[in-house]
Design a protein around this ligand. Structure first.
Ligand SMILES: C[S@@+](CC[C@H](N)C(=O)[O-])C[C@H]1O[C@@H](n2cnc3c(N)ncnc32)[C@H](O)[C@@H]1O
Length: 155
């Protein structure tokens, strides 16, 4: 099991946060492509599942989306909270496991998962059924995107 599967118990929070900050700089373009692929309209709600340090939550908010971050790591959620706050953006964070999300079906117009597939979410298919339930709403024009942009991770 890699440290990102249970950040809090890993005891490696600061190191993992530094890693996310470091690689983020090299992933701007793939993240932009991924965001465009989500095709969530301005004002609509989008879920970042395994949001990590909140880099993409900031970009989604800046792009006018209503971004919700879910992560099982409290150290990650705290970093997200600080990052969003530093940008004066709304903080919508939920401490939850991807396998047991506290949202009703069709709560979101879109959902993204980035680089969380090396974690416990690896047991889920690329588009997890629960995530499908969550995001697939024909009336809302829902969409989902998953991807592993960038170089292989070193964790
Ligand atoms: C490699 S990091 C990627 C973070 C972010 N998506 C990014 O690309 O910068 C994986 C994230 O998924 C979270 N995670 C791992 N397993 C999870 C689970 N079962 N439920 C929710 N979050 C989980 C970790 O805490 C970590 O923040």
């Amino acid at each position: 099991m890699n440290a990102f599967a249970d950040v809090d118990r890993s005891g490696r929070g600061p190191e993992l946060l530094r890693y996310l900050d470091d690689v983020h700089r090299g992933l701007i373009e793939p993240k932009n492509v991924m965001r465009a692929g989500l095709a969530v309209k301005p004002g609509h709600r989008v879920l970042d599942l395994g949001c990590g340090a909140g880099h993409e939550l900031v970009e989604l908010e800046r792009a006018g989306r209503s971004a919700f971050g879910v992560d099982s790591g409290s150290v990650m959620l705290e970093a997200s909270r600080l990052r969003l706050g530093a940008h004066g953006l709304p903080v919508r964070l939920v401490h939850a496991d991807a396998h047991d999300l506290p949202f009703a079906d069709a709560s979101f117009a879109g959902c993204r998962i980035e680089r969380a597939s090396g974690s416990r979410t690896a047991s889920l298919p690329p588009c997890a059924p629960r995530r499908h339930e969550l995001v697939r709403s024909p009336s809302a024009g829902a969409g989902a995107a998953s991807g592993r942009p960038g170089p292989p991770s070193r964790w």
